[in-house]
Design a protein around this ligand. Structure first.
Ligand code: AHG
Ligand code: MN
Ligand code: MN
Length: 336
């Protein structure tokens, strides 16, 4: 049943009316965000068609990370490139699925980074997946694009967000003044505002981690999870619930919606890698959203937003969500 009495702003109206530090959002940034929204609404339709349009299964190719690409990884990547390439202020883009950045115009104000399809292992089993994006300002807008232009800390992001393709298609967005959410109205094809001032509760009774890696974790993470599992009779003195969707985008959406802590920490399976998730395409945009919603995000030692990237495809250990839990995790790591 619809609720026609609520007049909701659409994405375009929201961007037009938003002010950052008393200033209107630059037109070039509005144009880029609208192009991302438009592309994700198309992608949402493709995702919902699945096998009907031959979209499930492997593409038979690998990406720069050495991971097998699903058909939808490739389709989503191509759709996003096509959707944003004519944006007037977009200098270039970088994607989890491409080794090198693509200099769209080479010069201009903005750089776009994205994970076109997050949660690839869930595509074929019809579980929520999504798109994650991060926008940086190009420091020297008139010089030709270089990879080093992208290597800026998360603090420099001017916008970040995700679109989760679940029972509803929902976008979370931050422009640095809090977090808002929109749901795609599939009849009109428009994202409509459903929540402003999204806030993550400071305390929680829910944690999210792939428990099958437990024996591989470092001591502080093992201690934290063991204490959660001990429940009311243990050090935490409360019972915890656990959830793991295996799509960061859907797990973080739950954390933004009802609190919790999400972890994909370093583990011993591949000790040389700092973690599984990617700093530029996953951890930075999610950390910006989480901080803007009153939560915290760390790699165990530092806030993720403060890390200075050395490589476009750098990986990182991630622990984010409700402040009390992330503070505890930071404390356990500092004792290590
Ligand atoms: P991607 O599909 O973009 O490669 O990312 C998958 C990531 C992330 O979304 C999720 O939290 C994690 O991988 C799941 O990993 P496990 O399968 O090891 O649980
Ligand atoms: Mn991902
Ligand atoms: Mn991906």
């Amino acid at each position: 049943m619809k609720t026609p009495e609520i007049k909701r702003n659409n994405f375009k109206q929201y961007l037009k009316s938003t002010q950052i530090q008393g200033l209107e959002l630059p037109i070039g940034l509005q144009e880029l965000l609208l192009a991302i929204g438009h592309t994700c609404s198309k992608l949402s339709h493709e995702v919902s068609q699945g096998a009907l349009i031959g979209l499930l299964g492997s593409a038979g190719t690998g990406n720069v990370q050495g991971e097998v690409q699903q058909k939808l990884d490739v389709i989503a990547n191509d759709l996003l490139i096509d959707g944003v390439k004519n944006c007037s202020e977009l200098a270039g883009l970088a994607s989890e699925e491409m080794e090198l950045p693509l200099p769209v115009k080479g010069i201009g104000d903005y750089l776009l980074l994205f994970d076109p399809l997050d949660g690839s292992s869930n595509i074929d089993v019809n579980v929520s997946i999504g798109t994650i994006f991060s926008i940086l300002k190009k420091q020297e807008s008139k010089k030709p694009l270089q990879t080093s232009d992208f290597l800026q800390s998360g603090r420099n992001q001017v916008a970040a967000g995700y679109v989760v393709y679940g029972p509803q298609t929902t976008m979370a967005l931050t422009l640095g003044g809090g977090v808002v959410m929109f749901t795609l109205d599939k009849v009109s094809g428009e994202f409509l505002l459903i929540k402003d001032a999204v806030e993550i509760s400071h305390s929680t009774k829910e944690f999210s981690i792939n428990m099958s890696n437990m024996r591989q974790w470092a001591e502080p993470v093992r201690r934290y999870v063991e204490e959660c599992l001990a429940g009311i009779g243990g050090a935490r003195n409360k019972d915890f619930n656990m959830r793991w969707i295996a799509s960061m985008v859907a797990d973080v959406h739950r954390v933004l919606s009802r609190g919790g802590v999400f972890m994909y920490p370093w583990d011993q399976r591949d000790p040389e890698k700092p973690g599984k998730l990617r700093l530029m395409y996953e951890a930075n945009p999610m950390s910006f959203l989480v901080e803007q919603a009153g939560g915290m995000s760390t790699n165990g030692k530092e806030l993720i937003m403060d890390l200075v990237p050395r490589d476009l495809h750098e990986r990182v250990s991630v622990m984010l969500g409700s402040k009390e839990e992330v503070t505890l995790l930071l404390g356990y790591h500092s004792e290590d």
